[in-house]
Design a protein around this ligand. Structure first.
Ligand SMILES: *[C@@H]1O[C@H](CO)[C@@H](O)[C@H](O)[C@H]1NC(C)=O
Ligand SMILES: *[C@@H]1O[C@H](CO)[C@@H](O)[C@H](O)[C@H]1NC(C)=O
Length: 542
């Protein structure tokens, strides 16, 4: 074999082993994760910083870019970062949740290799283990369209990230201990916008120009409402779907959700409140940031504009008004509507019902009567090495059982590659739920009060609902989604309410292809961390 051939072979092998696409740009990112003092609500607390920042640095990527992210863990606890909404096609190896990855131990590092394949839109990353999210460690992910792909609005004069959500002054390990001992979290202490409290953050705009605001609810326990005093919000994007451009005076964003608005600085030049407040809570927490006109002659003034608080009906109506723009392009040049999700008949229906049982006298949360407990070995890794006894397929029923008994289990649901499924989230509790599915984007075909029945299908929007990765379920209501299982892997389905997730309202969906082909799923990364019962194994047979 000639030298050049050898080099070519090595090159190809490299591409295959790294599991990334050689034609698309690489972005190299290095993150140091440390503790640091932060004062978001005026009192000092221990935060989790990324490269010294809270919130962490943005990730900016263009559709199909490869991201090589080296994470150095300087905490004294195991750590993982997960990517909320990044689909990681064929690559659940990089998902960064306890069911897919061994933790990065204190003082160690790990390099994530992922591709933002066929995606655009606004998402975020967050620390997934040990309730670290309560200490920060999160940041925005923006996936921009490729230069030649039309975007259905003029290029904005600026692009702002708004990471908003509830916050506790209490250390994450104190909150964790509370949950571990079977108690609920107290009501949050406040809300933050970009890591700051009341008027702590300023967005500066030039008069007459239009800006994009990408808003994510990165909180732990509550839905929020977002609004800007005196300004209209024109919705343009929801978790990677371009929407019909409806305008709103205020907008509900549930836990884990992201969306983008265009806002035109068309009011008299002064400063205005940018507001986030809690939704569906009896006590309402509010925080503000500042929209500052560059020629402003006056600081923020007047009352902070109000919004719905406990009312559910307006939120449901608003949710139904979010529509796909069928003629706009998404990540590819063809129109979004060329995928006719509503014309495909699902092969089966899965119903997922949340509950809040007490097990052994402790508060837990469950899905279909099963409260998830992490295994000693990541499920994905155990699956690869065929290590028995870590989990069993079918350890969670695909339909809520009758009766209220709940039990602990490392729950994994089996599904076949290329199945098209209908999933109904049925909520009999009095609180709003927010459900997220890793590795996928799904169509929210319907939501309504009461019990879902097959007759509920007559109310589905089979034409122009959006594809997204996180959906709310209103109290004593259901939400139905359609999802094409086109991504092989071990994928986390979870509550985005972080106390519920931590106490068991989650499980894994194992999407399996018998072909065992690298076309369907990338091979285990060479650098995969091995722990638990996989310790001492090898990621390569040679
Ligand atoms: C990151 O960790 C790997 C394996 O644990 C190690 O080989 C490598 O040297 C580390 N990188 C740096 C720059 O410390
Ligand atoms: C939908 O997208 C098209 C194509 O980009 C655009 O011309 C149109 O204004 C959009 N429609 C709405 C209602 O937002």
């Amino acid at each position: 074999m000639g030298d050049s051939k050898l080099i070519l072979c090595c090159f190809i092998a490299c591409i295959l082993f790294l599991g990334v696409n050689g034609e698309n740009p690489y972005r190299y990112i290095t993150w140091k994760v440390t503790y640091g003092d932060i004062y978001p609500l005026g009192v000092k607390q221990q935060g989790i910083l990324i490269n010294g920042q809270f919130p962490g640095p943005h990730i900016d990527a263009v559709t199909n870019d490869n991201l090589i992210i080296s994470v150095y863990n300087y905490l004294n606890e195991p750590f993982l970062i997960s990517w909320n909404g990044v689909q990681q096609r064929r690559n659940s190896w990089q998902d960064g949740v306890s069911g897919t990855n061994c933790p990065i131990r204190p003082g160690k590092n790990f390099t994530y290799v992922l591709q933002v394949k066929d995606q655009i839109g606004s998402f975020y990353y967050f620390p997934s283990l040990l309730f670290h999210k309560a200490a920060g460690g999160y940041g925005a992910i923006r996936i921009w369209s490729r230069p030649k792909i039309p975007v259905p609005f003029p290029s904005p004069a600026g692009d702002f990230t708004v990471l908003a959500g509830d916050w506790y002054k209490t250390n994450h390990y104190v909150l964790r201990r509370l949950l571990d001992s079977g108690h609920n979290l107290p009501f949050p202490d406040g809300l933050l916008i970009n890591g700051r409290g009341w008027n702590g953050y300023t967005f500066t705009v030039d008069p007459g120009r239009t800006y994009r605001f990408r808003v994510s609810n990165v909180g732990l326990t509550t839905s929020i409402n977002f609004r800007i005093q005196g300004h209209k919000l024109k919705l343009i994007e929801v978790e990677g779907s371009h929407t019909l451009q409806n305008t709103y005076t205020s907008f509900d964003i549930h836990l884990g959700q992201s969306c983008s608005f265009l806002v035109t600085a068309d009011q008299i030049p002064q400063d205005y409140y940018v507001v986030a407040s809690t939704r569906f809570t009896r006590r309402v927490l509010t925080t503000t940031a500042v929209l500052h006109y560059s020629n402003s002659k006056r600081g923020v003034s007047g009352p902070v504009p109000g919004a719905p608080t406990i009312q559910i009906a307006p939120s449901v109506m608003q949710a139904r008004s979010i529509r796909w723009n069928l003629t706009a392009s998404g990540p590819r040049p063809n129109p979004q509507g060329s995928y006719h999700y509503g014309l495909i008949t699902p092969s089966r229906t899965i119903m997922l019902s949340n509950s809040a049982p007490y097990i052994n006298g402790k508060q837990r949360y469950a899905v279909n009567g099963v409260s998830y407990v992490p295994a000693d070995t990541p499920l994905k890794i155990a699956d690869y090495f065929k290590i028995p006894g870590v989990f069993n397929l079918g350890s969670i029923p695909t339909w809520p059982p009758s009766g209220n008994n709940a039990y602990f289990q490392t729950s994994v649901m089996a599904a076949n590659f290329r199945e098209y499924v209908e999933i109904v989230f049925q909520n009999w509790e009095d609180t709003v739920q927010s459900w997220h599915i890793d590795g996928y984007s799904f169509f929210v075909v319907g939501m309504n009060g009461g019990q879902w029945t097959p007759a509920s299908r007559s109310s589905y929007n089979l034409r122009d609902t959006v594809a997204r990765c996180t959906t709310q379920v209103y109290p004593r209501s259901w939400t139905a989604i359609y999802m094409a299982l086109d991504n092989v892997g071990m994928w986390n389905i979870r509550s985005e309410n972080w106390a519920r997730q931590y106490l068991g309202q989650q499980f894994y969906l194992r999407v399996y292809s018998p072909a065992n082909s690298w076309r369907d799923e990338l091979p285990i990364p060479k650098n995969a961390l091995l722990c638990g019962r996989a310790r001492g194994r090898h990621t390569r047979p040679f």
